[in-house]
Design a protein around this ligand. Structure first.
Ligand code: ZN
Length: 497
């Protein structure tokens, strides 16, 4: 081969080999000296194509003919891509850029997310699925990272992205996520947090506290009891009662956080973003509790990247914030001041579609923070169905209504199904309006597992194939819908002009 010979992808030859028209993702074409790589799609399936020779060509699994190898977009080939094109591998957000957790429930949303991010310096977490979501969609964390890595390659996106093992509660799950390439661990210690303490009456609180080991009580009392701590321009006193409450509520969680940090994060062979989430509680996190946690994390030498308190108000899936915006702003100011003082960033969970609080976050935090969105890319996919295939939309909507009661066991929503217009009253051209209605959004948002995985009497998936055929066939439109929706988040958050 000539040194200066430019390798190109001969799509005519590919069309012949696939026996049909092949779509070349132009932005993916990458020249690695003696080998040129690109991503193509035939029907619903994407393939990696390698032309030329050399080590990367040899390492990729695939079928070779005349110096052109057609390779499956599988896990093994993703690892080869990671070795030769480091930007395809997830990394930690070590420079603490403003960041957004996007997740990709379907494995098809990342190119649209990339579109929305263009022209910003936001650090995206493209791979971000909780165990609950993986179970509902029958996916593994490996698969989630594979899809993100191929999407990054497809779009020629080289600015870095992270992979979040989201809301992990078990040691085994943390070990597995890290082994599979997670660059961020969101530790959910809700199994160690005693939420009942907040409901105790004064006498009960004292009795329960007296039941703690005496040395433990002495330790905390000497450190904190009735002490006043400066927080930003204000101060907070850890009075006896709040200290008793916080010790009882959080001391087991703190031990667990420390254990996870020391075992998995501190000595890891690469940087890991370590997030503490205490947001899965019934009551908002008292700033005094946040301060107590921050002081304890520092004393225990636990370095966290981000912390997600439970903020005041309601953060329900798929719809805007519900609550008093002034109270939210006041509450947020305390949490920001504590986070800044202790050197970590705040994280806001269930952040999709919380448009009314985004400008407040931008104004009050005035710096870097993390916002997690999830599942909103699923709703944009359903919007696409409503726009392009009314029959499929109606069948999915009907199925969602049947399974809503079951799905509700897994999500906190206050959906009023009676307020959702009956399908029979809505013409095809108006179906898309369901996606702008809070009650219908929640109906469709939480039933995704049933819509994607349910089967008929013969064991065939009810909607999954038709759904993905449409989504991939109309991928340009799907990316536009996502770009529009996520850009609205980024602009209001102050992350994008
Ligand atoms: Zn959360």
């Amino acid at each position: 081969m000539e040194v200066y010979e430019k390798q190109t992808i001969d799509t005519q030859n590919l069309n012949k080999r696939f026996g049909g028209a092949v779509h070349l993702y132009e932005r993916s074409v990458t020249n690695l000296g003696e080998c040129t790589l690109a991503l193509v799609r035939h029907g619903r399936t994407r393939h990696l194509v390698a032309v030329g020779g050399g080590p990367v060509f040899d390492e990729l699994e695939g079928e070779e003919e005349d110096g052109c190898k057609i390779c499956p977009t599988n896990h093994a080939n993703r690892l080869v891509l990671n070795r030769y094109l480091p930007y395809t591998q997830p990394v930690a957000n070590t420079t603490r850029r403003p960041s957004i957790g996007l997740g990709d429930r379907l494995g098809e949303a990342t190119p649209g997310h990339i579109e929305a991010l263009r022209g910003t310096s936001v650090f995206p977490i493209f791979a971000q699925q909780s165990i609950r979501e993986l179970n509902f969609t029958n996916r593994t964390f490996d698969d989630v990272i594979d899809r993100a890595a191929y999407a990054v390659f497809q779009e020629g996106y080289t600015s870095g992205y992270g992979a979040d093992g989201d809301h992990l509660k078990k040691i085994d799950d943390i070990a597995k996520a890290l082994q599979q390439g997670a660059t961020m661990i969101t530790l959910d210690s809700s199994e160690q947090i005693d939420n009942s303490v907040i409901t105790l009456k004064a006498g009960e609180l004292e009795a329960m506290y007296a039941g703690l080991d005496a040395s433990l009580r002495t330790l905390y009392e000497q450190l904190y009891r009735e002490k006043v701590f400066t927080v930003g321009d204000n101060s907070l006193k850890l009075d006896e009662k709040s200290l008793m409450r916080d010790v009882l509520t959080y001391h087991k969680a703190l031990d667990f956080i420390q254990l996870v940090y020391e075992r998995f994060i501190k000595g890891a062979d690469k940087p890991i973003d370590f997030e503490i989430s205490i947001d899965e509680t019934d009551t908002p996190t008292d700033p005094k509790s946040h301060l107590f946690l921050a002081l304890e994390l520092k004393r225990r030498n636990v370095v966290v990247s981000t912390l997600a308190p439970r903020f005041i108000g309601e953060f329900q899936k798929g719809i805007d914030y519900k609550g008093d915006l002034h109270l939210f702003e006041e509450d947020l100011a305390w949490h920001v001041a504590i986070a800044k003082q202790f050197g970590y960033r705040l994280s806001v969970h269930s952040g999709s579609d919380k448009f009314s609080i985004f400008p407040i976050l931008a104004k009050v935090i005035k710096g870097s923070f993390h916002v997690k969105t999830a599942g909103t890319n699923w709703l944009e996919a359903v919007r696409l169905v409503a726009l392009k295939d009314p029959g499929l939309y109606r069948a999915m909507h009907q199925h969602a209504l049947i399974h809503f009661a079951d799905a509700k066991h897994f999500y906190h929503v206050t959906t009023d199904l009676d307020a959702v217009k009956p399908l029979s009253m809505v013409g095809d051209a108006q179906l898309v309006q369901y996606l702008d209605d809070d009650n219908a959004r929640q109906l469709l948002h939480i039933t995704y597992g049933y819509l994607l995985e349910d089967v008929d009497a013969q064991g065939n998936k009810l909607f999954k194939d038709a759904f993905f055929d449409l989504l991939i066939g109309e991928e340009e439109l799907y990316h536009q819908l996502l770009d529009h929706h996520i850009s609205k988040h980024l602009v209001l958050l102050g992350f994008k002009q």
